[in-house]
Design a protein around this ligand. Structure first.
Ligand code: DQA
Length: 150
């Protein structure tokens, strides 16, 4: 059994009412319930976290080693396109991670088409709505075998 951390950035607490045409009708709580169940079926523990504050997200990533986290599923939200500090935290932690997005950021505004995370992520999943979280969880399983923390 490994610990998988799901870290969500700003405004994702607004899912359900936030631009449903882009992000879908599911709330973040719905996504958490589904994903926790899926992780359980796959024999792993899921820790789900959301913050609107960059420093809280950085602290969470920094803690991942102490928390014995094997892999991070990260939706950095708008920090995807702005945060060198969060990028540096991931590099410092050395924890494998998958970048994920609900929307297809490559089909949106030009400023969403650059990510500070994609080149250092183990993989990137975007464009499948809430399903992006499930796909990321499935994609994380082979990474657990490589991780020393499970
Ligand atoms: C997002 C895409 C980002 O560009 C945006 O700022 C978000 C959500 C997504 O999941 O599609 O807040 O990360």
């Amino acid at each position: 059994m490994a610990i998988i951390s799901v870290i969500n950035g700003p405004n994702l607490n607004m899912l359900g009412t936030r631009e449903p045409g882009i992000y879908g009708a599911q709330t973040l709580a719905d996504i958490e319930i589904n994903l926790t169940q899926l992780a359980k079926e796959l024999g792993h523990e899921l820790v789900f976290y959301q913050s609107n504050a960059e420093h809280d997200l950085i602290n969470k990533v920094q803690q991942s080693q102490q928390d014995n986290v094997s892999v991070i599923l990260l939706n950095p939200a708008a920090f995807t396109h702005t945060s060198i500090a969060l990028r540096d935290a991931l590099l410092a932690s050395g924890t494998p991670f998958i970048e994920l997005h609900l929307s297809n950021v490559h089909a949106r505004e030009p400023f969403r088409q650059h990510s500070y995370f994609s080149d250092i992520a183990n993989g990137v999943i975007c464009g499948f709505g809430p399903k992006s979280y499930e796909l990321a969880l499935h994609a994380a399983i082979p990474l657990l075998e490589q991780s020393s923390r499970d």
